[in-house]
Structure formats: structure tokens, C-alpha cells
Design a protein around this ligand. Structure first.
Ligand code: MRU
Length: 335
């Protein structure tokens, strides 16, 4: 399995990340030595997945501090301005802003001493990364209990080590079911248009020897109808206070199918993905991405519409698995 520092790490004044746009063909590191380079890596999805974006956000504030001028007032101004830009690099995964905020809190009280603030920010970013991995391991422990012998589990996109900085949320649950000897196999929809399922989830599962089959997105409904799926577990980019969940586009369709076929549908995410300030799914910003992602087979005269995420209403979710345990519907996450 990938180690957390294989996925993203602070290396002196640079962030080094495994370039996920190059997987599975090539395992190439991408070095971000400036804040604009990090923002570009986030926008092109070289680093992606909500918890991993949170880690990138926290490390990004540390990077900003390394680059900022040393006079205290200018230092604080530069770091906070860069932090705001990093937090806004992608809108849907709340973890990005959470990671940035977490790092800024570590610098509180140290703004007058830039060397001390730099040291505190680097330590906070590394600790945040280690904590996210531990949270995913706990999610795996709690979620595994939801699946019985011979489980055939469907997941979407990539909610594995790559998306979380280590271990994974939905894939963390699947890893734990596999370790317990109860996994028959994983159904992995390709996850168009960027194929995070076919490229990244399949690669991770293959690396770990976990049985899986990649299927065209359009095949999933028929597989439910044939009784080939016992349960669904997905990650999340943002969970609103009422349990409505934004995740990779196509997740809502999976939830509707699961409901129609009487198959349990679970969401796995750390508390850093739960946004109690967003009351419901209607208030979650959905990222719209470019036409280039749909490829050059679309006639140039045809407009495209490419939302990267959709919202699954809480009513279609059986449980939300976090590091503190499994919450069952109906959800009131503020309680
Ligand atoms: O656009 P991406 O690849 O960053 O989207 C990531 C997802 O939607 C994942 O499915 C996910 O569950 C969130 S990260 C565990």
C-alpha cells in the first residue's frame, strides 16, 4: 500500500505529491515550491479527494509562510492572503478550507515571530495529515461491521489512500472487510469523465491484491437488477448538517438504484468532511468543470455541462460512517 508520505509530504519548503493525473501509467512526483504551483496542482487534480485536499490546504499555508516576507506585518498579510486563495482553489470539498483554517489556527499568537510561526505551521500540517490517516483507519474499523460474509461492494470514484492521504474512507471500509476475510469483490464504476474509478481505485485495489472488477458507469443499473451488488459505500466531499451528501457525480444515481433494489447505501467520511454550517444539500456549492474533460469527440458546436459532483439526499443514505462510529438515518449531525 502507498504510505501517507508517498501521497503528499512537506519536504523543506516544498510540497511533494504523487501526481494523480499520471496514474496508473506512471508514478511521478510533482513538486510545488510556490503557492500558485500548489493551486495549479489542486485545480488539475494532481492532488484530489476531500481529505487529501485538506492536507494539501494545511501544507499550503506552511508553504505560504516559507515564501512570505520576514517583517511580521507583511508576513501575516501574505500568509493570510495566500491561505484564502488556496481555500478557494476548489469549492465543493469542505476539507480544503478546513485544512487551511486548521493551519492558520496553529499560527495564532505567533504572527509577530515568523520563524516560530513557520515551525508551528509545518508541524501542524504534518500532524493534520497523520490525524486524517488515523481517522480513516477508524472509519475502516467501524464500517467493516456493516458487511457480512461474501460481500460484493460497489464504490464510485476514488475514496482510497490517494484521496485521503492514506488508507481511505470508502476504500478504508473495503480494505477492512477484505482483511476480515468477508469480501467477495468490489464493483468499480469507471467514473466518467476523469475515470477516478478505472484509473485510481482499480490501481489501488490491484496494488493491494483486493479482488475487483471495473465496469462501465452505464452497466451499474443492470448489475443491481441482476442482484450482483450487496452494498454500496462511497466517500464524501461535503456532508451538510441534515446528512445530505455531495460526492462525485454519479453517486446520486447509485443511491437511487440502491434504494430501488433494497441495497444498503453507506457514506464514509471523517468529521472534517461534515459541514455543520451548511444546513442542507441545496446550499453545497457544486464545482462545474471544463468541456476539455469530456474529450474531443464532442462536436465543437455542442455545448457541454460538466458538474463534478452531485448531492445525495439524506433520505437515501442508510448510515454515515465516521471515525467516531456509524450514525444511522435519520441524521441530525448537530446533535
Ligand atoms: O474530483 P475529485 O476526484 O476530487 O472527487 C473526489 C470524490 O468525489 C471522491 O469520491 C470522494 O469520495 C471524496 S474523497 C474521499
Amino acid at each position: 500500500m502507498l504510505t501517507p508520505t508517498d501521497i503528499i509530504r512537506l519536504d523543506g519548503g516544498t510540497i511533494v505529491l504523487l501526481d494523480q493525473t499520471r496514474l496508473p501509467q506512471a508514478r511521478v512526483e510533482r513538486r510545488c515550491g510556490t503557492v500558485p504551483e500548489l493551486i495549479d496542482a489542486i485545480r488539475v487534480l494532481a492532488i484530489r479527494g476531500a481529505p487529501a485536499l485538506g492536507v494539501a490546504g494545511a501544507m499550503g499555508v506552511s508553504l505560504a509562510a516559507e515564501q512570505a516576507p520576514s517583517a511580521p506585518a507583511a508576513f501575516r498579510r501574505a500568509v493570510t492572503a495566500d491561505a484564502a486563495q488556496i481555500a478557494a482553489a476548489r469549492p465543493t470539498a469542505v476539507n480544503l478550507a478546513v485544512g487551511v483554517r486548521h493551519a492558520l489556527e496553529a499560527a495564532a499568537g505567533q504572527w509577530d515571530d515568523p520563524p516560530a510561526a513557520r515551525a508551528a505551521l509545518a508541524a501542524a500540517a504534518r500532524a493534520f495529515h497523520a490525524d486524517e490517516v488515523r481517522r480513516c483507519e477508524q472509519i475502516g474499523v467501524h464500517g467493516a461491521a456493516l458487511f457480512g460474509e461474501g460481500a460484493r461492494i460497489c464504490t464510485i470514484c476514488n475514496a482510497g489512500a490517494l484521496a485521503t492521504g492514506g488508507y481511505g474512507t470508502a476504500l478504508g471500509v473495503i480494505r477492512s472487510v477484505h482483511a476480515a476475510g468477508r469480501l467477495d469483490g468490489v464493483i468499480v464504476p469507471e467514473t466518467r469523465p476523469l475515470l477516478q474509478g478505472a484509473r485510481l481505485t482499480a490501481w489501488e485495489l490491484g496494488q493491494d491484491g483486493i479482488p475487483h472488477r471495473v465496469v462501465p458507469d452505464g452497466a451499474v443499473a443492470g448489475l443491481f437488477a441482476r442482484g450482483a451488488i450487496d452494498g454500496v459505500v462511497v466517500g464524501a466531499d461535503r456532508i451538510a448538517a441534515n446528512g445530505d451528501t455531495a460526492n462525485k457525480v454519479g453517486t446520486y444515481a447509485l443511491a437511487v438504484l440502491a434504494h430501488h433494489h433494497g441495497v444498503p447505501f453507506h457514506v464514509a467520511a471523517p468529521w472534517t468532511t461534515i459541514d455543520l454550517e451548511t444546513p442542507d444539500g441545496a446550499a453545497i456549492p457544486i464545482e462545474e468543470r471544463g468541456r476539455d474533460e469530456l474529450g474531443d469527440t464532442v462536436p465543437s458546436g455542442s455545448p457541454v455541462w460538466n458538474p463534478a459532483f452531485d448531492v445525495t439526499p439524506a433520505a437515501l443514505i442508510d448510515s454515515i460512517i465516521t471515525e467516531s462510529g456509524c450514525m444511522r438515518a435519520p441524521f441530525d449531525l448537530r446533535a
